[in-house]
Design a protein around this ligand. Structure first.
Ligand SMILES: [Zn+2]
Ligand SMILES: [Zn+2]
Length: 113
């Protein structure tokens, strides 16, 4: 299995802050039993520790909508890097996070390079 380039972005995935007032944490996009695979594939993002990681109302650990957005982002990232289809992703991670009406045209929208 090849490896994704780690995401070296030094700003928060959610709000773009640089961590100067709220230090950035490393959050694995897919946790639980997929945490190790997330780590291996570089599927993690920096998040402000309090505001965006697990404290604020929109933080990924408290807001299902934010978590879903991040899961979609992570899945597309993995599919692109590994050349996977959504089904390949599901076989590796146990779940397809893309919405049922997802079409590839949506892909650029969430891109965050
Ligand atoms: Zn986390
Ligand atoms: Zn943030």
């Amino acid at each position: 299995m090849s490896r994704l380039e780690p995401m070296y972005r030094r700003t928060c995935w959610l709000c773009g802050r640089n961590g100067s007032s709220d230090p950035l944490d490393k959050h694995h996009i897919f946790g639980g039993s997929n945490r190790r695979l997330s780590e291996e594939l570089g599927l993690w993002v920096p998040l402000c520790h309090h505001r965006c990681h697990d404290g604020g109302p929109n933080s990924v650990h408290r807001n299902a909508e934010t978590a879903q957005r991040l899961h979609e982002y992570g899945q597309l990232k993995a599919m692109k890097a590994m050349g996977w289809t959504a089904e390949d992703f599901r076989m590796n991670f146990g779940k397809n996070y893309l919405p049922p009406d997802y079409t590839p045209e949506d892909e650029e929208e969430g891109e965050f390079e």
